[in-house]
Write a protein that binds this ligand. Sequence first.
Ligand SMILES: [Zn+2]
Length: 68
Amino acid sequence: MTTVCPHCGWPDDQPFHVVSRHGTGTGSTVWVRCACGSVQLREIGPAGTRILSRGRPDPDAPRERCGA
Ligand SMILES: [Zn+2]
C-alpha cells in the first residue's frame, strides 16, 4: 500500500521530516512534516503504519511550529 500526500504528492513511505516520535502500548506514534508543510500524525503498530490525521499545507510556517 503506497499513499501519497494529497497536497504535494510526496510518498508517505518516505517521511520528509520526522518531528517527534512517541512510544505507545502497541507501537509508536509519529508526527511527520511533509515537504509542503502538512503535518501528519501516524500510528505505527503491529499491522503497519496508519495515518491518523493530516494537516493542511503551511508554506509560511516556521520550522519549529508543530502544526497547532
Ligand atoms: Zn505534502
